[in-house]
Design a binder for this molecule. Sequence first.
Ligand code: SF4
Length: 560
Amino acid sequence: MSTAPGRSLNAPDVERDELEVDLLLVGAGPANLACAIHARRLLIERGKEDATVLVIDKAEEIGHHTLSGAVMNPRGISELFEDWRERGFPVESEVTDDALVVLRGNGKHTRLGGIFTPPQLKNHGNLIVSLNRVVRWLAAQAEELGVEVYPGFAASEVLMDGERVTGVQTRDSGLAADGSRKANFEPGMDVRAPLTVFGEGPRGHLAKGLIRRLGLDEGRNPQTFGTGIKELWEVPAERGRELVGTVLHTAGHPLGTDGYGGGWIYGLDEERLSLGFVVGLDHHDAALDPHGLFVRFKQHPFVARLLEGGKVLRYGAKTVPEGGLFAMPRLSGDGFCLVGDTAGFLNASTLKGVHLAIKSGMLAAEALVDALVTGDSSAGATARYDELFEASWAHEELSRVRNWRQAFDSGLVAGMLDAGIQMVTGGRGLVERRPGHADHTTMRPVSESRMTAPAFDDGACMDKLTDVYHSGAVHEEDQPSHLLILDPALCVERCTAEYGNPCRHFCPAAVYEWPEEDAEGVRISASNCVHCKTCDIADPYENIEWVVPEGGGGPKYVDM
Ligand code: SF4
């Protein structure tokens, strides 16, 4: 028995309890919860109601680590529950208006609404939701069907027998920062199952090890990510009322034509706005600072006016997998499947993934229940999930935008031209398959950097530490750092001169600090980490590895 590559902070040589279940799902996002719900229903239908379905999640409570914009296409939830409305599915508002707003650096803007809204940003018929409330609702539905849902259990390692996944080991608690065992030390347990589903969100740390070990990405484009920064705002009711059901996406300022990304403003209800900015991590600037761009976005007069007299309620950050169909790894193997963001189920052109996540979970459930009923959980059996995906509307949708994100590699203008051609060639564009790139390979030397920090204030434009307070992020302080610098000397000897230590810029939670007077290297405030995974993706030397901290640590997102 072995574990997949990837580092773990668990203590070696410890006797561990074992738990056996039939179907184990790692992560309580929409994909895994849909998978658990659908699997449980199919198991009951097929007389297998005794089969145990267990969902574990590293957050202290379900939803605490879930963050999205979010505008949701109802197609996925309608397939999972025909009567989702009657069941009380949480909708903040139905979309009543949509537009693209082009922000200019001189403070002006142009609103492209009505017939001028770009087709991929038309949202009538979609729903504005809080994904955090959605997963809490899904978890309650799952529990009603007999699924066991355990928050606070962080999966630390993949258990393997050769190339076969046999479960996961949960994270030890009660280890001190130096690795010694404290009085409250509790070893993690081995949770074993014939079938394990990884739905850990973008850049899942277990899936990352598994993809590498089993070569699941062979022949695929490297996955490419954006980092999204979000705040939830309370605004005066007279302005809030005007914006209920409104979906605004922005382009232009502060990125201009330099990089891929933009902002969003969604009217949730009469008093609350969801506000955010997402930027591709393939941006060339070594000082790329997603939080700084978000602040500049809020400082544009068009956005600033909407926030006047309001106050921030919550803050959070998360990465999104933007690479599309060609960047998706093989979805299954001996004893396991990958679903949702972990597998890259996201339509980057429409900025939507929740419906695809739900669909991926449902498709996986169909293959996995067959496997459980026949007692065959081999790669041959789980491959049915890949086949079901290829025959599904989810594949068709992703196929229509298969070259979307890569088209922007040559800049915004070339990307928009190609995207236009893609729309009339069924997703092909100028070539059948565009190659991708790993984000960490695109950074240019610090000598070419142009980005500077924005001005902060005590009002709408807070610095990172003030924002982190609004994320509720907290970890047990006396534990080994879950942010591993693989070669600390590299940071000082090369990175400072070549890239100017970009970790101090790209982390949206001010985890990495480089005090000028400290020649020793980086200071890591791991307790601030909001688990966005930007550092694991964007470090130009792949010198930072995010591993899971003690269960329960991290942000505490509510209504995000
Ligand atoms: Fe995100 Fe890494 Fe910063 Fe944590 S340390 S908030 S994962 S960039």
